[in-house]
Design a binder for this molecule. Sequence first.
Ligand code: NAD
Ligand code: KPL
Length: 305
Amino acid sequence: MSTPWHILGAGSLGTLWATRLARAGVPVRLILRDDTRLAGYRASKGLTLVEHGVAHTYAVAGETSDSPEPIHRLLVACKAYDAQNAVAQLHHRLVPDAELILLQNGLGSQDAVAAQLPLARCIFASSTEGAFRDGDWRVVFAGHGHTWLGDAAHPTPPVWLDDLHAAGIPHQWSADILTRLWRKLALNCAINPLTVLYNCRNRELQAHQCEVATLCAELSELLECCGQPAAAEGLQQDVERVIHATAANYSSMYQDVANARRTEISYLLGYACQAAARHHLKLPHLQQLQVRLIELLVARGLPRD
Ligand code: NAD
Ligand code: KPL
Protein backbone atom coordinates (compact mmCIF):
# COMPACT_ATOMS: atom_id res chain seq x y z
CA MET A 1 0.00 0.00 0.00
CA SER A 2 1.25 3.51 -0.72
CA THR A 3 2.24 5.82 2.16
CA PRO A 4 -0.86 7.12 3.94
CA TRP A 5 -1.64 10.83 4.08
CA HIS A 6 -2.27 11.93 7.65
CA ILE A 7 -4.42 15.05 7.64
CA LEU A 8 -4.25 17.33 10.66
CA GLY A 9 -7.35 19.53 10.91
CA ALA A 10 -10.79 18.41 9.76
CA GLY A 11 -11.76 21.94 8.69
CA SER A 12 -12.48 23.35 5.24
CA LEU A 13 -9.20 22.70 3.45
CA GLY A 14 -8.35 19.52 5.39
CA THR A 15 -11.70 18.01 4.38
CA LEU A 16 -11.34 19.25 0.79
CA TRP A 17 -8.00 17.45 0.47
CA ALA A 18 -9.02 14.35 2.45
CA THR A 19 -12.14 13.70 0.36
CA ARG A 20 -10.41 14.14 -3.00
CA LEU A 21 -7.49 11.91 -2.00
CA ALA A 22 -9.89 9.26 -0.64
CA ARG A 23 -11.96 9.47 -3.84
CA ALA A 24 -8.81 8.57 -5.78
CA GLY A 25 -8.18 5.52 -3.58
CA VAL A 26 -5.22 7.10 -1.76
CA PRO A 27 -4.99 5.97 1.91
CA VAL A 28 -5.98 8.84 4.22
CA ARG A 29 -6.16 9.21 8.02
CA LEU A 30 -7.88 12.17 9.57
CA ILE A 31 -6.38 13.36 12.87
CA LEU A 32 -8.96 14.82 15.22
CA ARG A 33 -8.40 17.00 18.25
CA ASP A 34 -9.57 14.57 20.95
CA ASP A 35 -11.67 11.48 21.77
CA THR A 36 -14.91 13.48 21.87
CA ARG A 37 -14.38 14.77 18.31
CA LEU A 38 -13.36 11.28 17.21
CA ALA A 39 -16.52 9.76 18.72
CA GLY A 40 -18.59 12.44 16.92
CA TYR A 41 -16.83 11.69 13.67
CA ARG A 42 -17.29 7.93 14.03
CA ALA A 43 -21.01 8.48 14.55
CA SER A 44 -21.14 10.13 11.13
CA LYS A 45 -20.79 8.24 7.85
CA GLY A 46 -17.52 9.97 6.98
CA LEU A 47 -16.49 13.18 5.28
CA THR A 48 -18.80 14.82 2.76
CA LEU A 49 -17.66 16.89 -0.20
CA VAL A 50 -20.26 19.09 -1.88
CA GLU A 51 -19.19 19.96 -5.40
CA HIS A 52 -21.42 21.65 -8.00
CA GLY A 53 -24.31 21.11 -5.57
CA VAL A 54 -23.78 17.33 -5.42
CA ALA A 55 -22.76 15.70 -2.13
CA HIS A 56 -20.59 12.58 -1.85
CA THR A 57 -19.50 10.98 1.41
CA TYR A 58 -16.19 9.19 1.85
CA ALA A 59 -15.40 6.79 4.71
CA VAL A 60 -12.06 8.28 5.71
CA ALA A 61 -10.47 6.67 8.79
CA GLY A 62 -10.32 8.93 11.84
CA GLU A 63 -7.91 8.89 14.79
CA THR A 64 -6.42 11.17 17.47
CA SER A 65 -2.79 12.07 18.17
CA ASP A 66 -2.66 9.04 20.52
CA SER A 67 -2.94 6.53 17.67
CA PRO A 68 0.25 4.41 17.46
CA GLU A 69 0.89 4.48 13.70
CA PRO A 70 4.06 6.39 12.70
CA ILE A 71 3.48 9.37 10.43
CA HIS A 72 5.51 9.71 7.24
CA ARG A 73 3.43 12.30 5.41
CA LEU A 74 1.41 14.98 7.20
CA LEU A 75 -0.84 17.59 5.66
CA VAL A 76 -1.16 20.42 8.18
CA ALA A 77 -4.55 21.99 7.53
CA CYS A 78 -5.02 24.06 10.69
CA LYS A 79 -5.15 27.83 10.91
CA ALA A 80 -1.75 29.51 11.09
CA TYR A 81 -2.16 30.25 14.82
CA ASP A 82 -2.82 26.55 15.62
CA ALA A 83 -0.22 24.91 13.38
CA GLN A 84 2.77 24.88 15.72
CA ASN A 85 0.90 23.42 18.73
CA ALA A 86 -1.04 20.95 16.63
CA VAL A 87 2.18 19.59 15.06
CA ALA A 88 3.90 19.48 18.47
CA GLN A 89 1.19 17.07 19.67
CA LEU A 90 2.27 14.65 16.94
CA HIS A 91 6.00 14.97 17.54
CA HIS A 92 6.29 11.44 19.00
CA ARG A 93 4.68 9.89 15.91
CA LEU A 94 6.59 11.70 13.17
CA VAL A 95 9.42 9.62 11.67
CA PRO A 96 12.70 11.59 11.59
CA ASP A 97 12.54 12.26 7.85
CA ALA A 98 8.79 12.89 7.76
CA GLU A 99 7.35 15.17 5.10
CA LEU A 100 4.95 17.93 6.14
CA ILE A 101 2.83 19.94 3.76
CA LEU A 102 1.94 23.29 5.31
CA LEU A 103 -1.25 24.82 3.91
CA GLN A 104 -1.31 27.92 6.12
CA ASN A 105 -1.97 31.35 4.68
CA GLY A 106 0.48 34.17 5.41
CA LEU A 107 4.00 33.73 6.74
CA GLY A 108 5.57 32.89 10.07
CA SER A 109 3.76 29.69 11.02
CA GLN A 110 5.69 27.64 8.45
CA ASP A 111 9.07 28.65 9.88
CA ALA A 112 7.82 28.00 13.41
CA VAL A 113 6.79 24.44 12.47
CA ALA A 114 10.02 23.80 10.53
CA ALA A 115 12.14 25.02 13.48
CA GLN A 116 10.62 22.41 15.79
CA LEU A 117 11.36 19.57 13.33
CA PRO A 118 14.89 20.16 11.98
CA LEU A 119 15.11 16.72 10.30
CA ALA A 120 11.72 16.76 8.63
CA ARG A 121 11.05 18.09 5.13
CA CYS A 122 8.62 20.99 5.35
CA ILE A 123 6.90 21.83 2.10
CA PHE A 124 5.17 25.20 1.96
CA ALA A 125 1.93 25.58 0.00
CA SER A 126 -0.08 28.52 -1.29
CA SER A 127 -3.60 27.85 -2.49
CA THR A 128 -6.26 29.80 -4.34
CA GLU A 129 -8.86 27.08 -3.79
CA GLY A 130 -11.85 28.09 -1.70
CA ALA A 131 -13.96 25.96 0.61
CA PHE A 132 -16.23 26.37 3.60
CA ARG A 133 -18.01 24.07 6.01
CA ASP A 134 -21.80 23.97 5.88
CA GLY A 135 -22.09 21.41 8.66
CA ASP A 136 -20.04 19.04 10.76
CA TRP A 137 -17.82 16.83 8.57
CA ARG A 138 -19.07 18.56 5.40
CA VAL A 139 -17.28 20.92 3.07
CA VAL A 140 -18.53 22.94 0.11
CA PHE A 141 -16.01 23.37 -2.70
CA ALA A 142 -16.74 27.04 -3.35
CA GLY A 143 -13.91 28.20 -5.57
CA HIS A 144 -11.83 26.11 -7.92
CA GLY A 145 -8.24 27.23 -7.93
CA HIS A 146 -4.66 26.10 -7.86
CA THR A 147 -2.11 25.09 -5.24
CA TRP A 148 1.60 25.85 -5.51
CA LEU A 149 3.97 23.74 -3.44
CA GLY A 150 7.65 24.19 -2.86
CA ASP A 151 10.64 23.64 -0.65
CA ALA A 152 13.06 26.56 -0.69
CA ALA A 153 15.86 24.32 0.71
CA HIS A 154 15.47 21.31 -1.65
CA PRO A 155 14.21 21.88 -5.19
CA THR A 156 13.51 18.18 -5.95
CA PRO A 157 9.76 17.54 -6.25
CA PRO A 158 8.40 14.79 -3.97
CA VAL A 159 7.09 11.54 -5.51
CA TRP A 160 3.66 12.00 -3.92
CA LEU A 161 2.76 14.75 -6.38
CA ASP A 162 1.38 11.74 -8.30
CA ASP A 163 -1.24 11.34 -5.55
CA LEU A 164 -2.36 14.95 -6.08
CA HIS A 165 -2.56 14.32 -9.80
CA ALA A 166 -4.65 11.17 -9.23
CA ALA A 167 -6.89 13.10 -6.81
CA GLY A 168 -7.50 15.89 -9.34
CA ILE A 169 -5.96 18.52 -7.07
CA PRO A 170 -4.61 21.17 -9.47
CA HIS A 171 -1.07 21.90 -8.38
CA GLN A 172 2.36 22.96 -9.46
CA TRP A 173 5.78 22.39 -7.92
CA SER A 174 7.22 25.84 -7.47
CA ALA A 175 10.89 26.78 -7.15
CA ASP A 176 9.86 30.24 -5.93
CA ILE A 177 7.30 29.31 -3.28
CA LEU A 178 8.53 32.06 -0.94
CA THR A 179 7.92 34.67 -3.64
CA ARG A 180 4.38 33.31 -4.03
CA LEU A 181 3.71 33.36 -0.31
CA TRP A 182 5.06 36.92 0.02
CA ARG A 183 2.98 38.08 -2.94
CA LYS A 184 -0.17 36.50 -1.50
CA LEU A 185 0.63 38.07 1.88
CA ALA A 186 0.97 41.49 0.23
CA LEU A 187 -2.35 41.03 -1.63
CA ASN A 188 -4.06 40.01 1.59
CA CYS A 189 -2.54 42.99 3.46
CA ALA A 190 -3.73 45.44 0.81
CA ILE A 191 -7.27 44.06 0.60
CA ASN A 192 -8.44 42.16 3.67
CA PRO A 193 -7.97 44.71 6.51
CA LEU A 194 -9.69 47.45 4.48
CA THR A 195 -12.71 45.23 3.84
CA VAL A 196 -12.99 44.75 7.61
CA LEU A 197 -12.54 48.45 8.39
CA TYR A 198 -14.99 49.60 5.71
CA ASN A 199 -17.30 46.65 6.41
CA CYS A 200 -17.58 45.89 2.72
CA ARG A 201 -17.20 43.42 -0.13
CA ASN A 202 -13.95 43.52 -2.12
CA ARG A 203 -15.71 45.54 -4.85
CA GLU A 204 -16.20 48.58 -2.62
CA LEU A 205 -12.43 49.04 -2.31
CA GLN A 206 -12.60 50.48 -5.83
CA ALA A 207 -13.85 53.63 -4.08
CA HIS A 208 -10.69 53.69 -1.95
CA GLN A 209 -8.20 53.46 -4.80
CA CYS A 210 -5.77 56.04 -3.34
CA GLU A 211 -5.55 54.25 -0.01
CA VAL A 212 -5.03 50.91 -1.75
CA ALA A 213 -2.31 52.43 -3.96
CA THR A 214 -0.50 53.94 -0.95
CA LEU A 215 -0.55 50.57 0.83
CA CYS A 216 0.75 48.84 -2.31
CA ALA A 217 3.64 51.31 -2.53
CA GLU A 218 4.61 50.61 1.09
CA LEU A 219 4.19 46.86 0.67
CA SER A 220 6.38 46.95 -2.46
CA GLU A 221 9.07 48.77 -0.49
CA LEU A 222 8.86 46.09 2.19
CA LEU A 223 9.09 43.23 -0.33
CA GLU A 224 12.18 44.80 -1.94
CA CYS A 225 13.76 45.26 1.48
CA CYS A 226 13.04 41.63 2.44
CA GLY A 227 14.82 40.34 -0.67
CA GLN A 228 11.57 39.64 -2.57
CA PRO A 229 11.71 42.04 -5.55
CA ALA A 230 9.82 39.61 -7.80
CA ALA A 231 6.90 39.62 -5.35
CA ALA A 232 6.81 43.43 -5.58
CA GLU A 233 6.58 43.59 -9.38
CA GLY A 234 3.28 45.07 -10.56
CA LEU A 235 1.75 44.63 -7.09
CA GLN A 236 -0.73 47.50 -7.36
CA GLN A 237 -2.07 46.33 -10.74
CA ASP A 238 -2.40 42.80 -9.38
CA VAL A 239 -4.28 44.03 -6.30
CA GLU A 240 -6.65 46.00 -8.56
CA ARG A 241 -7.09 42.90 -10.74
CA VAL A 242 -7.91 40.71 -7.72
CA ILE A 243 -10.38 43.29 -6.34
CA HIS A 244 -12.09 43.29 -9.72
CA ALA A 245 -12.02 39.48 -10.13
CA THR A 246 -13.38 38.89 -6.61
CA ALA A 247 -15.65 41.97 -6.56
CA ALA A 248 -18.71 40.18 -5.17
CA ASN A 249 -16.76 38.31 -2.47
CA TYR A 250 -16.20 39.09 1.16
CA SER A 251 -12.52 38.63 2.01
CA SER A 252 -11.54 35.78 4.31
CA MET A 253 -10.68 38.22 7.09
CA TYR A 254 -14.04 39.97 6.69
CA GLN A 255 -15.75 36.57 7.05
CA ASP A 256 -13.70 35.69 10.13
CA VAL A 257 -14.66 38.97 11.84
CA ALA A 258 -18.31 38.75 10.73
CA ASN A 259 -18.49 35.26 12.24
CA ALA A 260 -16.67 36.34 15.43
CA ARG A 261 -13.74 34.02 14.63
CA ARG A 262 -10.11 34.71 15.40
CA THR A 263 -8.29 36.18 12.39
CA GLU A 264 -4.84 35.30 11.06
CA ILE A 265 -3.70 38.94 11.41
CA SER A 266 -0.37 38.02 13.07
CA TYR A 267 0.63 36.00 10.01
CA LEU A 268 -0.45 38.68 7.52
CA LEU A 269 -0.40 42.39 8.45
CA GLY A 270 1.33 41.62 11.78
CA TYR A 271 4.08 39.68 10.00
CA ALA A 272 4.52 42.51 7.47
CA CYS A 273 4.76 45.18 10.19
CA GLN A 274 7.23 43.08 12.18
CA ALA A 275 9.41 42.55 9.10
CA ALA A 276 9.36 46.31 8.47
CA ALA A 277 10.42 46.97 12.07
CA ARG A 278 13.28 44.44 11.75
CA HIS A 279 14.53 46.35 8.71
CA HIS A 280 14.03 49.78 10.42
CA LEU A 281 11.65 50.60 7.60
CA LYS A 282 9.03 53.26 8.26
CA LEU A 283 5.73 52.31 6.59
CA PRO A 284 3.29 54.72 8.28
CA HIS A 285 0.13 53.70 6.40
CA LEU A 286 0.68 49.98 6.92
CA GLN A 287 1.40 50.55 10.60
CA GLN A 288 -1.67 52.77 10.96
CA LEU A 289 -3.73 50.08 9.24
CA GLN A 290 -2.54 47.56 11.83
CA VAL A 291 -3.46 49.93 14.69
CA ARG A 292 -6.95 50.53 13.25
CA LEU A 293 -7.55 46.84 12.64
CA ILE A 294 -6.44 45.82 16.12
CA GLU A 295 -8.68 48.53 17.64
CA LEU A 296 -11.62 47.12 15.72
CA LEU A 297 -10.83 43.51 16.74
CA VAL A 298 -10.53 44.48 20.40
CA ALA A 299 -13.80 46.46 20.21
CA ARG A 300 -15.48 43.31 18.84
CA GLY A 301 -14.03 41.18 21.64
CA LEU A 302 -11.77 39.27 19.22
CA PRO A 303 -8.11 38.37 19.81
CA ARG A 304 -5.70 41.11 18.75
CA ASP A 305 -3.26 38.50 17.37
P1 NAD B 1 -10.66 25.71 9.39
O1 NAD B 1 -10.81 26.53 10.63
O2 NAD B 1 -11.88 25.40 8.59
O3 NAD B 1 -9.99 24.32 9.77
C1 NAD B 1 -8.95 24.18 10.68
C2 NAD B 1 -9.22 22.90 11.47
O4 NAD B 1 -8.06 22.59 12.25
C3 NAD B 1 -10.40 23.03 12.44
O5 NAD B 1 -11.30 21.97 12.22
C4 NAD B 1 -9.74 22.91 13.81
O6 NAD B 1 -10.57 22.29 14.77
C5 NAD B 1 -8.54 22.03 13.46
N1 NAD B 1 -7.50 22.03 14.47
C6 NAD B 1 -6.89 23.09 15.07
N2 NAD B 1 -6.00 22.64 15.99
C7 NAD B 1 -6.05 21.29 15.96
C8 NAD B 1 -5.38 20.26 16.68
N3 NAD B 1 -4.48 20.55 17.64
N4 NAD B 1 -5.66 18.98 16.38
C9 NAD B 1 -6.58 18.67 15.44
N5 NAD B 1 -7.25 19.59 14.72
C10 NAD B 1 -6.99 20.89 15.00
O7 NAD B 1 -9.55 26.42 8.52
P2 NAD B 1 -9.39 26.42 6.92
O8 NAD B 1 -10.34 27.39 6.34
O9 NAD B 1 -9.38 25.02 6.42
O10 NAD B 1 -7.94 27.08 6.78
C11 NAD B 1 -6.74 26.37 7.03
C12 NAD B 1 -5.59 27.23 6.48
O11 NAD B 1 -5.74 27.29 5.06
C13 NAD B 1 -5.64 28.68 6.97
O12 NAD B 1 -4.34 29.18 7.15
C14 NAD B 1 -6.34 29.41 5.84
O13 NAD B 1 -5.98 30.79 5.74
C15 NAD B 1 -5.81 28.64 4.63
N6 NAD B 1 -6.69 28.73 3.44
C16 NAD B 1 -8.02 28.44 3.56
C17 NAD B 1 -8.82 28.51 2.41
C18 NAD B 1 -10.30 28.19 2.47
O14 NAD B 1 -10.99 28.38 1.46
N7 NAD B 1 -10.84 27.69 3.56
C19 NAD B 1 -8.26 28.87 1.18
C20 NAD B 1 -6.89 29.14 1.11
C21 NAD B 1 -6.11 29.07 2.26
O1 KPL C 1 -7.21 35.71 -0.62
C1 KPL C 1 -8.10 36.50 -0.48
C2 KPL C 1 -8.82 36.48 0.83
O2 KPL C 1 -9.97 36.88 0.91
O3 KPL C 1 -8.20 36.00 1.79
C3 KPL C 1 -8.39 37.51 -1.54
C4 KPL C 1 -9.63 37.15 -2.31
C5 KPL C 1 -7.23 37.54 -2.52
C6 KPL C 1 -8.53 38.89 -0.97
O4 KPL C 1 -7.35 39.28 -0.36
